[in-house]
Design a protein. Structure first.
Length: 79
């Protein structure tokens, strides 16, 4: 499985306790499961997030290439 980096923003960063993490995952769904295992608050926040893979919108079925960068963007309000 490829190693990828996930960057957390706003509430996701707070729930993760870090700005980034690296993990091995074949798909975005695998990555979400891996980084949130035994972390229910992070799992809850990630379930609300929009994800970008190298700047493009991604879904849990999206396959991840080695070295990919995934951004976890929680919903936010403001202008």
């Amino acid at each position: 499985m490829p190693e990828v980096t996930i960057r957390y923003f706003a509430a996701a960063r707070s729930a993760a306790g870090a700005a980034t993490a690296t993990a091995q995952a074949a798909s975005l769904g695998d990555l979400i499961t891996t980084v949130s295992a035994d972390r229910p608050e992070l799992a809850r926040v990630l379930s609300l997030c929009t994800f970008l893979l190298n700047g493009e919108r991604a879904t849990p079925a999206t396959l991840l290439p080695a070295g990919a960068q995934v951004d976890a963007l929680p919903p936010f309000a403001g202008g």
